[in-house]
Write a protein that binds this ligand. Sequence first.
Ligand SMILES: *Cc1c(COP(=O)(O)O)cnc(C)c1O
Length: 963
Amino acid sequence: MTTQSLFELEQTQDFIRRHIGPDEAQTQAMLNDIGAESVDALINEIVPSDIRLADLPNIEPSKTEVSALTDLKAVASLNKVNTSYIGLGYYGTLTPNVILRNVLENPGWYTAYTPYQPEIAQGRLEALLNFQQMCLDLTGLDLASASLLDEGTAAAEAMALAKRVSKNKKSNAFFISTDVYPQTIDVVKQRAAMFGFDIILGETDDVVNHDVFGALLQYPSATGEVRDISELIAKVHDNKGIVAVAADIMSLVLLKAPGELGADAVIGSTQRFGVPMGYGGPHAAFFTTSDKYKRSLPGRIIGVSKDTRGNNALRMAMQTREQHIRREKANSNICTAQVLLANMASFYAVYHGPQGLKTIATRIHRFADILAHAANTKGLTPLHGSYFDTLTFNLSEERKAEIVARALAKGVNFRTDVANQISISIDETTTRDDLFALFDILFGEDHGLDIELLDAEVRVLEYPSIPESLVRESEFLTHPVFNSYHSETEMLRYIKKLENKDLALNHSMISLGSCTMKLNATAQMIPVSWPEFANMHPFAPLDQAQGYKQMIDELGKWLVELTGYDNISMQPNSGAQGEYAGLIAIHKYHESRGEGHRNICLIPSSAHGTNPASAQMVGMKVVVVACDKEGNVDMDDLRAKASEMADNLSCIMITYPSTHGVYETTIAEICNIVHQHGGQVYLDGANMNAQVGLTSPGHIGADVSHLNLHKTFAIPHGGGGPGMGPIGVKSHLAPFLPDHALVTVNEATKGNGAVSAAPYGSAGILCISYLYIALLGRKGVTDATKYAITNANYLAKKLSQHYPILYTGKNGRVAHECIIDLRPIKAESGITEVDMAKRLMDYGFHAPTMSFPVAGTFMIEPTESESKAELDRFIEAMVCIRDEVRKVESGEWTAEDNPLHNAPHTLADVTGEWNRGYSIAEAVFPVPAAAANKFWPTVNRIDDVYGDRNLICSCPATDTYKD
Ligand SMILES: *Cc1c(COP(=O)(O)O)cnc(C)c1O
């Protein structure tokens, strides 16, 4: 019999030790190397005592996976998932199970990073290229990006593009049709107010009566009308205006493409291509435009280039890290977007193909036709004779109330926000039974209607519900990729084939500095596909969404506790969106005190590129504050600038610990100086993984922060999104948090504009962060921080024997990440940081963050989730690479003929003729660990310059593939 207590036996269920990589023995070994007594002693050395919290955060103790999931299931079951006909950009959809399990629920796809290292990301780059091709074909334009955050923000980006490219330079006005979705209008109006554009809101026909730099129309309209807008577009063009069209992707399968009607930009959501509604997101928005605007396109473009063998190879074109390079001149602040969801939508198109999509869209349209015909028969005439999937009925309030009550009794939601009106949007999930239920609701149970009969009548009707001039004639999805994988076996293998090309967290650590690629626990992912969460429409009546409300409230309460703020807004759906929302709050706060003129935003030179890009979006003027040679904010420069600009100082945007990986001891003083001069402190929360439980932005003295839930709080990166960027604020900023046009988020902020299309952003993935906190509890979330710091210091210590660590704190320690300086190597040997990044692939690793925040460096963040064993493998790789560099330095290998310059190595290299100055084994199995778990990049080094000079953002013809 064991003498262990029951309590000890129960430790097998403890999640904390599953989340944290190093066990006790490994931790001790690391501490010995670091030269610290204990983890706590190390933390005390590193985190300045004056900002430390006295106690553990006041959240519940950790739960086991079983109990956390059981408890969350009970919360989820408070959601009542009605059949939704609300529409407005969110529709029921059937996620093909082969995509659900093998993409959405597959860590090979969801744990990947943004494809900045394209040689080990060809799989998701191909899926994204397919996404672009799908958008190009359906919208009828020639340049697409992949992808944007949601339809509302995509529309706002279209307005910004219109301003940049319109030749009507004298107008400051942008027209929005009242036929646009209300939440889109809300987001665009807010954006316009911040840019200082005038908004003209009018009926669609009214667009020709105004002198505008651009206009936004909806096709089909919010009430479902399908009408020819080509003449209106032409008239706006006569006046040098740019026309953006918000379009429904499914309708475009049957309708003439907006590009063919003259639209300059087409935007919309790809949600209904197989991505669950998730109470508002995450979903990928699309954006297509004309090739001539390629320098102005927001977001990332996937382009086709060549590798060193001359083979086609994919990469992110032009705007790679565009904010980092162009900062306040960037086209937009979009960084994390929606790659996982774009991939799902593109796989949906691949799986169904053009024929399958036609069938789906035609079936939806037929249901709408039958419903319209039935309604006409019953004397209830739809508002529009032309429609795709949405019928609107004008009714007396009395009749409407009756119908809505009957609908609710049958578990059905209509769109009801317009007085005397209901709208019904049919979708792919609608069945005959559903249609029958709709008849009962609309016409009473003794309606006597027969679906077969109605169908037969509809097919011979004289008045087509899609005008002849708007019937799609052009072909779409003709590329072989959309015509090859229609059986499940073929599809399964196609998905797997692409997955195999990508390195994700299920292969090895991805030590992306500032991006916190920690464990995305399986238990945390499971509820994402629970129907109670997945199938909820964002505008469903609140009494049906009580499960979501409870989860969001509880998560909000925890985040308040962990940030030291007073209020949280869950609306921003990325970190950059959070910055935008936070800066708006600051601006409106100043305005409320009669100081709306304050427009200077101080930003240290080490800041992330989204900071200046966001500041620019709210009309602020960026003033850069210098950093000293230790990487800290230059306090003299800060004092001088804050005082010189005191009259107009709006805020500072500062990251803590700094992007240099150090806890600046002057942080409290920085806050004081800015406050003394009337400014607010925006603390970029991307590095919260070095704060949780030990200190907090609120405690430090900041006023507002965003949290990257996809960094600190375990939402996976999805290969470049989704993410969530909720903001925390002190109470004085709370009145200026975002609201929503259709859902009251908070009585106190009613009427404030929105920053995202959905009231709680990408609510569908909040369960991940919720479970992260529930599973770790107060001790676990704090331990996570401590081990993140311990792991980083172990790495820094070990690597410091081979590479200079660029910045450390006073005692030689780093925070949760460290920067190694590769510039001396380049000066000595000519080997660049890029060579080293590519060489890491041969060792089976993804490179750390390259050249941010300092050019010619790696920023390495191991996170708490990596074990000592994995850290040692990475260290070994880095040490071996340093030795390889020495062989170039010593002349043993020439500058051209060495494994660094030629990295990464592929199977094509080693199966062809080999006549290099190093062996095949040195090339591809440089250490036993790499051989034992070999990852083969599928392309050789990709030519960036070629790709940008010859921009191709559509699927290349099959015969252009060399091998
Ligand atoms: C990741 C990051 C951001 C931007 O967040 P997104 O979610 O990608 O928009 C901003 N600041 C810093 C320091 C970051 O690391």
